[in-house]
Design a binder for this molecule. Sequence first.
Ligand SMILES: Cc1ncc(COP(=O)(O)O)c(C=O)c1O
Length: 360
Amino acid sequence: MPLFQRNAWDQDTSADRWFKAGFSIVVFREQPIGIGGKLLNPKAPKLIGWTPLVEMKNIAKKDGIKARLIGKVEPYQPLSSVKDRSALRLIEDAEEKSLISPGITTLVAVTSGNLGIGVAFVASQKGYKFIAVMPAKIAIDKQILLRYLGVEVILVDPAINGFKGLLDRVEQLKNEMENVYVVDQFTNPANPDAHFKWTGPEIWKDTEGKVDIFVAASGSGGTLTGTGRYLKMKNPSVKLICVEPAESAVISGGEPAYHKIQGVGPGFVPEILDTSQIDEIVTVTAQEAMDMARRLAREEGLLVGISSGANAAACLKVAAREENKGKMIVTMFSSGGERYLNSELFAQVKEECVNVNMAF
Ligand SMILES: Cc1ncc(COP(=O)(O)O)c(C=O)c1O
């Protein structure tokens, strides 16, 4: 399958035209959102946003799927996940409201890791100190990355009080320190705004408005709410499908429980998640999500994370339905695969590598 790279200067064409012409991958880097330019070089490309769309042609062909399956490749963000968008909007929103000042304010965020990594980027570019509050023992790769980025990481035992335990720790920090600002992805409308302003319009433009169904797993709910709101505003018949872990299907009315699809299914319904927009919820097990992430790697060459696998698995369930023949289904590949090297996603390959190396 030919591979085509489209650049900022080819702005007059959409990804969909190139898919039609037989190309399987379209890289689309356009200007300008986000930081970068004004801080580094006024002419340099700004870094956040305008991620490429990739059509999963091999998997669709192998599984006899008649719908079009398209993923938005967020590992193209500077810090490799969809959360760079939210980090930027949440921080710039606070700056616009004069709530924070570089060199004075310490940013604090509750994160499963990816928001924290995005905040680390924006905070260091803009000159803020940043403390990440995370559940212990869950996402070791992200803890490693945050520490490597110079972030202070505070771990909270998730077995004690669950999510409330994390919030309590943030409250404690607010009492102990001066000039703390909480970057709150679960309640601040600036989070879905990032997707209303950027993710939604990018998908709309790059599909030439042909998207029929948008599928996304919900963590904070920002992606689903903001992107869904934009796409439905452009075309009210676009269907919005929420993906959640089968082991902790709280939006579907189930009980919260431990699960292995990192970054989604926090165990409660976040304030910013607009459930009234959701047309359907599809549940996916961690096993299905990881199996699909591995298929994406081997069959499409896409190195993406566990929630991306969950999204693609949900797409296949939806695409297999007779009524969705010929429809365009767009989903999110929310983070890059390398972020999960020490998780179960890579466990078997990691063990094989360790054993092979022991022979030397
Ligand atoms: C890997 C991954 N996928 C998906 C999501 C969900 O995105 P949102 O918080 O916008 O619902 C997150 C959020 O942190 C994430 O880290």
